[in-house]
Design a protein around this ligand. Structure first.
Ligand SMILES: [Zn+2]
Length: 280
């Protein structure tokens, strides 16, 4: 069993350079891998040929291999920095109630999430107290470089699953918890990026119906994170507004999980395609 990393309080007095932080994060990742001898339980799954759209869609809908799912998004040239960041945020939020404190601060996750939607600046992001994993959460995708963004989010998801494992008391329980966390992450990723097939068209009449009721409900769910309680209410409103799209209604009434970045909410709220963060 791995030696448990000591929880560290972020220390604003420590001003690491980016290079130093990257080196620390790399060392930490290697140590974790050596100790655990596992890639945090990502089941290995073979990808169908990229030109076989149908099989690929089927694979995506059932995939549990987060690593490979992210690879696929990257291969398909999906450059939505906002959604990629929101997946990292979702992975972090999903473990914020662990018994043993995960090695990242809520503050960095909050700011990263705000940044994704344009409510925080690069400066605020960079001012999050230095700490290796916090660093990787907070400034991932800082670069206008999609490859780095995917690498970072991949690491973050893996770290989160490792934290779940480390919070367990035995090696067997750790493995199981890690595997389950990876499965949850695959669902989060699907919630954000949605089906691969072309997304349904949102009819303007749905959005204008009832004085914009659909959009208001969607916005409230997004702001208050009342996904579980209110997504079915959103489905009812959509139906009343004339929507009969099975994919959309099924997603709202399905088991979830839903998070910020949820593909249906994003379509209804007409969220932008996540332009890369501006340079310093
Ligand atoms: Zn959703």
């Amino acid at each position: 069993m791995a030696e448990k990393p000591k929880p560290q309080e972020p220390n604003p007095a420590e001003n690491f350079t980016r290079e130093e932080l990257e080196a620390i994060a790399r060392e930490e990742a290697e140590r974790n891998l050596q100790n655990e001898n596992l890639l945090a339980g990502s089941p290995l799954e073979n990808l169908p040929p990229l030109e076989d759209g149908k099989k690929l869609e089927q694979w995506w809908l059932n995939a549990r291999d987060v690593n490979k799912m992210l690879d696929l998004l990257e291969t398909k040239n999906i450059k939505d920095f906002r959604k990629i960041r929101l997946f990292a945020v979702a992975c972090c939020r999903n473990i914020e109630n662990l018994k043993k404190q995960p090695l990242q601060s809520r503050e960095s996750v909050d700011i990263s999430e705000k940044f994704a939607d344009g409510h925080a600046t690069i400066e605020e992001l960079n001012n999050v107290p230095a700490q290796p994993r916090v660093y990787s959460v907070s400034v991932s995708n800082y670069y206008n470089d999609i490859e780095t963004a995917y690498d970072n989010v991949n690491d973050i998801a893996r770290y989160c699953a490792m934290d779940v494992g480390l919070s367990q008391d035995s090696a067997d329980a750790a493995r199981l918890a890690r595997d389950n966390e990876r499965i949850t992450q695959s669902k989060l990723l699907r919630d954000i990026f949605g089906p691969f097939a072309e997304k349904p068209i949102i009819e303007p009449s749905w959005l204008s119906w009832g004085d914009g009721a659909v959009k208001k409900i969607a916005q409230k769910i997004y702001d208050d994170r009342t996904f579980n309680d209110e997504m079915p209410i959103l489905a009812d409103a959509l139906e009343d507004a004339g929507c009969a799209n099975k994919e959309i209604l099924g997603h709202c009434r399905g088991p979830g999980p839903h998070v910020r970045g949820c593909w249906v909410l994003d379509l209804l709220l007409q969220k932008d395609q996540g332009a890369p963060p501006q340079k310093k």
